[in-house]
Design a protein around this ligand. Sequence first.
Ligand SMILES: [Zn+2]
Length: 141
Amino acid sequence: MSTKSREVVQGGRIMGTDIHAKAARETAQKAIREADRAEAEQWSVRMEGYGGPAQPAPTIAQCLNGGLGWLEVECNRCKTRASLPLDAIRRPQDTPIWKLEASSKCRSCKKGRSAPPVRMIKLTAVRAITPYKWVHPDEER
Ligand SMILES: [Zn+2]
C-alpha cells in the first residue's frame, strides 16, 4: 500500500466519524429542543388553564429554543393584552420568565413610576396581539 492510498483511507475514516458526531449532536439538540418546548408548553397550559402557579418557569432561552418566543400578558386593570417578544428582551437568557411579569407595564394605565400589575397569560409561537400600548420591560432601564 502506498503512502498516498493510506492517507485516503485515513481521511475517509475521519470524515466518517465527523459525520457521526454531527448526526449525534443534531439528535441531541433536537431532543433538547423538544424538552424545552414541552416545558414551555406545560407552563403555558398551567398559566392559561389554571392561572398558575407561575413558578417554576422555563427560562427565556428555553422558550426561544422550544419555538415559543412570545409571552402574552394582560393588564389587571384595563384587561388589555399584549404579546412581548422574548428575543428582544435584554435580560440574561437564563432568566426564568416569571421574573418578566414585574417589569412589564401597561402604557395606558401607567402613571409616572407606578402601574397596575400585569398577569402572564401564555406563551405563543407567533405574535398574537400588537404590543403598541405596552411599555417594553427594557424601556425604563
Ligand atoms: Zn391597562
